[in-house]
Design a protein around this ligand. Sequence first.
Ligand code: C2E
Ligand code: CA
Ligand code: CA
Length: 390
Amino acid sequence: MIAKKDIKKALEKNELDYFYQPKVSAITGDIVGAEALVRWIKPDGKVIPPGAFIPLAEESGLIKEITLQLFKKLERSIKLIHEIKPLCVSFNVTADDLETDKLSEKIIDALKEKRLTPSSLELEITESKLIKSKPSVKDNLNRIVDIGVGVAMDDFGTGYSSLNILSNYPFSTLKLDYNLINGITSDNKKKFITKTAIRMAHLLKIDIVAEGVDNKQQYDLLLYMGCTIIQGYLISKPLPLNEFIDFLKRDIRYPGSTAGKLHMIYVDHILWYRDFVYYVMSRLQKISYTSFPPPIPSPHQCMFGEWFYKKGKIFLTESLSDQSVKKLEKLHLSIHDEAQKIIGISKQRIETTQHYDDILINFNRLHQDFINKLQECENSLVYSYLTPLD
Ligand code: C2E
Ligand code: CA
Ligand code: CA
């Protein structure tokens, strides 16, 4: 039985250290991050997992000292990891760690003194730890987010009021819990919940990590569903720093595809279309449009445009012909051109009786062409992903 005094001794003797578990981009197939997970390494080399001592450390308040001691090690490790690859390394914190500003000050100092960059670091925190937390926890999280460091909501899908916590805290990543992922290939409910969570993260414009992925079927399904980051034994178990660095040096490429993301964009544009048509019709019916804002007419600001002009165009050009990508862009621009025209007409002709059919006829055709092209591109991406290399 581990007692509080044993943990104290482990701290004094510096026996706690992080292991690192890689995270893969489901879009590029590249290693893009790692999670630091604490281990107690006994002098005889025996490794004690966190489940055996973290609950007691949290109960007894020792966790704060542990996190601060580990953060120093994390800084050094990130420096070594970055000599190989510029990964984002996440570490686990509890509400206790954020009640005072000790940890947030340490993070802010490390960034100010350029020992770390904001994109190299992410905090993971479980929703259950936030439910009854003091207001200072949220203040400290906000300070950390304000300097550009990400915060992930851990264990999504296991708690009680995840959505309430999600809407009240500044999360930049959602982590789907092992218990959810573990059933996605056999349990339809878990599959639908996962799909919906991925869709929600996409709309919130935050990353979504599936943890505990331990087989290829789960990996493929998550890729298909549009999950952005994958972590689990299928890629690797958590490794001591030196082994993790060796792992990175092997520069392994995993399967990746833009198909899942493109499918999200496809659904987004159908929803954009729907908002647009509702807006125009309500204008023509002289109904003041209060319940929904008008859809954004700019081709750079709809979900497709935002993605396409940031990273999407590059990703698509890697997998599709230049001609296909150009055609997609052209069709998209023409829909938004037409949308701008229609907005003008609907404003001018608010007093006339011109029927909506006449106004929307060209717009409908253009949108249909764009949707068909998006589908064609998605099919081509799926085909190239599923085609065996040999
Ligand atoms: P977590 O943050 O949800 O971490 C994920 C756990 O799932 C890790 O267990 C990891 O080893 C395990 N895991 C990863 N991939 C797979 C997989 O494919 N299959 C299975 N079966 N398991 C997988 P670990 O390292 O034992 O950590 C357990 C928990 O302890 C963590 O859950 C976290 O809540 C806590 N913890 C770990 N390190 C720290 C820390 O530094 N500080 C605090 N406060 N808590 C920590
Ligand atoms: Ca975690
Ligand atoms: Ca978890």
